[in-house]
Design a protein around this ligand. Structure first.
Ligand code: ACO
Length: 429
């Protein structure tokens, strides 16, 4: 294999180094391009641009592979806890018994949220989207938990990472309770990470929540499937904002804001809204497919397509299987599942979707799973955010310890007016 690439500009040849990853993917290193040639590259949406070397997550979009720190997501979804998966992503290895015990203890110790934060929650207008609230409140954490004195930078980073993992589920459940005018339920030390979240969401003083192992397992799998996905839009936002050396809370808050978008994490909510629309209009799959294919119509089939996967998203495969099993075990008949399956069948037979390599992504069946465990639609993307948090933290940590760290600062090709003079207002036409 060539170790260099040659670039010819104005008759002059430049040698650029070819970099190879551990799974054989290759890249042309252009870090000295501008210095040597005066030119930059142009790549809207960064579809051909690698922003870093990373040892966290590997995905192969052609083969439908996803691995965290080398371990296939299928194995983790089958055998691991969400806590172990988070530890694996953040610390680079599966925890041993002692490490897991200590991690669990720390997550429990840090799981409470400063009481004064409740006041902020109650002042958001009732119709506020929970993602906007979560992004704001995570950013606000820095004010409640300022830098600690007498700690090394490394200790400070460790505490902040653990604190965020511990508090995010409490904060998410708290926003739900307050939005309903209900009493906030506190985390319990005897419950697992997933059990605790469901208990904080659904327990009430008059109707104690009964832990349901099927629901707990569904949430575990849902969060593991969302735990990292290398340099997607929200993770890149975390890295980019973090590159200015801002605190972790602010960087994660930026990631949450990016995830909110309907083309990204917001798609899980958008899928359910789309399926509901089809259901309410009497099941018009064809209309939805025709609209999605119409170039003059901005409508897209939500939960379909992916920047990297040009085959079935491996997470969607697991999610679909789990969705079927969960609904059956819980004896739930959701008409939206039938619509989703039929829509998938129709779309996958359609030449437009075949030619464009459009398959269901993780969001397509995710909403139906969340509905089955009682999560309200406007909380779906918050559920995604909780799951993605370990990935964001791991990527942020990797970036700040990267010896080649640089503040993110892309360039542009300017296409505006060339130099012209200021004209006094009385002389403007
Ligand atoms: N429905 C219809 N057409 C689609 C869809 C879709 N869901 N997705 C892509 N296309 C078409 C585009 O119109 C375009 O067609 P053209 O080449 O004929 O003009 C082609 O496929 C490529 O689309 P791009 O937008 O260039 O692909 P990109 O990689 O930039 O976008 C994205 C990926 C944003 C996920 C896109 O597929 C989409 O909008 N999907 C629907 C929203 C969604 O489900 N998002 C969740 C993604 S997974 C996640 O973030 C967790």
């Amino acid at each position: 294999m060539e170790k260099t690439a040659r670039l010819i500009i104005d008759g002059k040849t430049y040698e650029l180094q070819v970099v190879e990853g551990s799974e054989g993917e290759r890249a042309i290193d252009i870090s000295s391009l501008r210095k040597e040639t005066g030119l930059i590259t142009l790549d809207p949406g960064y579809a051909n641009t690698g922003c870093c070397k990373s040892s966290i997550t590997f995905m192969d979009g052609e083969k439908g592979i996803l691995r965290y720190r080398g371990i296939p997501v299928e194995q983790l979804a089958e055998k691991a806890t969400f806590k172990e998966t988070a530890y694996l992503l953040i610390h680079g290895k599966l925890p041993n018994t002692k490490e897991l015990k200590r991690y669990s203890m720390l997550l429990n110790d840090h799981s409470l949220v400063h009481e004064d934060m409740k006041a902020f929650y109650t002042k958001f207008p009732r119709a506020s989207h929970p993602m906007g609230i979560l992004s704001a409140m995570v950013n606000a954490l820095r004010s409640f938990y300022p830098e600690l004195n007498n700690q090394t930078e490394e200790e400070e980073i460790m505490i902040t990472m653990t604190r965020l993992m511990a508090k995010i589920r409490t904060m998410a459940a708290m926003s739900y309770k307050i939005s309903r005018g209900h009493k906030v339920i506190y985390p319990r030390p005897d419950l697992s990470y997933c059990e605790n979240f469901l208990n904080m969401m659904f327990d009430t003083p008059v109707m104690p929540y009964k832990i349901n192992s099927l629901e707990v397992n569904a949430l575990r799998v849902f969060w593991i499937l969302h735990a990292d996905h290398e340099q997607n839009c929200s993770t890149s936002s975390v890295r980019m904002v973090g590159s200015a050396r801002v605190n972790l809370y602010a960087a994660i808050s930026a990631g949450i804001a990016a995830l909110w978008g309907p083309l990204h994490g917001g798609a899980n909510q958008a899928v359910i809204e789309m399926l509901t629309m089809i259901h309410d209009s009497g099941g018009g799959y064809k209309k939805a497919i025709e609209k999605a294919k119409d170039k003059n119509d901005p409508f897209r089939l939500m939960g379909f397509g992916h920047r990297v996967y040009k085959t079935y998203d491996p997470r969607a495969k697991i999610m679909k299987k789990m969705c079927d099993g969960l609904l059956e075990s819980l004896h739930i008949s959701d008409p939206l599942l039938d619509i989703a399956k039929e829509l998938e069948n129709q779309a996958r037979k359609d030449p437009y979707f075949i030619d464009h390599n459009l398959y269901p992504n993780v969001d397509f069946y995710a909403g139906i799973v969340l509905r089955a465990i009682g999560i309200p639609t406007n909380m779906f993307t918050v559920m995604f955010a909780i799951g993605r948090l370990p990935g964001w933290i791991a990527q942020w940590k990797e970036s700040i310890y990267d010896p080649n760290w640089k503040i993110s600062r892309p360039r542009q090709i300017y296409t505006g007016p060339v130099k012209r003079d200021y004209v006094a207002i009385t002389e403007r036409g």
